[in-house]
Design a protein around this ligand. Sequence first.
Ligand code: HEC
Length: 144
Amino acid sequence: MTRWIRLFAVALLAVPMSARAQGGLAQDPIVAYRVEVMKSLGTQAAALGAIMQKKVPFDQNIALHAEAISLGAREALKAFEPKQPGGASRPELWDHWADVSARFKALDAAAADIAKQAKAGPVDPKTLLAALTCKSCHDLYRIR
Ligand code: HEC
């Protein structure tokens, strides 16, 4: 087996393993999918955070991470649409769907705006933090 094929196999294996880590093999695929989408938001936000905190010198990637968050918010909107309780979602999330969808749309728009700003010049960390409304939604609709 060449090195490339081995790497590819490892990459494929990583998918079911991360889903398994989230709550067992029997987890519903709809729930597992939305967890993957949310994890990708977490990854992009963490990478962006490392840049904003000047831990790494990748300022030119700020716009890309912000775009990824914008896309992820759109993916999340779709991923949460089916009323499929489970994971760390509070079941009442779907009773407040208008609010939840408005929050994902606001995150999409705010992140897209950050991407635009980043292409034009430096981004104020405060503006960025204000755009990332992750915690306020988690406080309302996430169990842990
Ligand atoms: C509109 C509400 C909402 C917004 C906005 C939101 N989240 Fe979430 N997030 C949730 C909910 C609900 C869950 C639980 C999903 C589940 O397990 O069913 C979650 C789960 C997560 C998880 C856990 C995934 C795992 O490993 O189980 C991460 C990480 C995460 N969100 C990151 C983010 C980040 C970063 C942002 C902002 C850029 C964000 N979220 C914005 C509602 C939201």
